[in-house]
Design a protein around this ligand. Structure first.
Ligand SMILES: C[S@@+](CC[C@H](N)C(=O)[O-])C[C@H]1O[C@@H](n2cnc3c(N)ncnc32)[C@H](O)[C@@H]1O
Length: 216
């Protein structure tokens, strides 16, 4: 029997604690997310969608990039994190719309110049369905930008048994709560031949730890 994404738990904490964790994630990831969005052609005046936007860290950066002539919509299943995102948008004076939505229930068609999702697919029991909905939401000639993770690829040097155990446990708990796999970062390479996907580019990045960065 298929598992419904609505009835699935979410393996991480949402709300305020979740928003704080995501802010830290964005500090580490923005240096690779920003060039990815630029390479995908994000520019002034575009209409964009951020699916599984969390606290809106990327949504707000995108809003600043598209400027007042563009518009960005952020959607997430977590109402409490969306409230925090709305407040942050107000504080920054950015015209962003945040809506509660299950990724698979995205029903808009041919609406956005660019559709984006970061670290969403690994939490979904049927990531391809969400990706298909995102492809439909993009206008003809629009862009779909997916940034995700291949969780088994985490490593620690020097080796740490505790870290290896964390990687193993996280995947086991997430599998039990969410279904799906934690491998979507690589799995989406295999979806490129879907009808309607015209041009495809992929890459990988490995953010260094804060300690390694400080020693450069
Ligand atoms: C790891 S966070 C990433 C947040 C944001 N994209 C970022 O990079 O900062 C994953 C987000 O996906 C949301 N999420 C999980 N399952 C979802 C679903 N089925 N539909 C919509 N959002 C979902 C969670 O509430 C959470 O905010």
């Amino acid at each position: 029997m298929e598992r419904s994404s609505r009835s699935e738990g979410y393996v991480l904490r949402g709300g305020r604690a979740g928003a704080e964790r995501l802010r830290l994630l964005n500090r580490v990831k923005w240096p690779s997310t920003e060039p990815l969005l630029e390479a995908a052609g994000l520019r002034t005046g575009m209409r964009c969608l951020d699916v599984g936007c969390g606290g809106g860290d990327v949504t707000l950066k995108m809003a600043a990039m598209v400027g007042p002539e563009g518009h960005v919509v952020g959607v997430d299943r977590d109402q409490s994190i969306l409230q925090l995102a709305r407040r942050e948008a107000e504080d920054q004076g950015l015209p962003v719309t945040f809506r509660r939505l299950e990724a698979e229930e995205l029903a808009e068609a041919s609406t956005y110049d660019l559709v984006f999702a970061r670290y969403l697919l690994l939490h979904l029991p049927r990531p391809q369905r969400a990706v298909e909905a995102m492809v439909r939401a993009a206008r003809p000639g629009g862009r779909l930008v997916l940034e995700d993770v291949y969780f088994p690829g985490h490593y620690c040097y020097p080796p740490s048994a505790a870290f290896d155990r964390f990687v193993e446990l996280y995947q086991a708990v997430a599998r039990a709560k969410e279904g799906g796999t934690r491998r979507s970062g690589c799995a989406c390479w295999g979806w490129r031949s879907r009808p309607g996907w015209w041009r495809y580019a992929s890459g990988s990045s490995c953010p260094p730890s804060a300690r390694a960065r400080a020693s450069w």
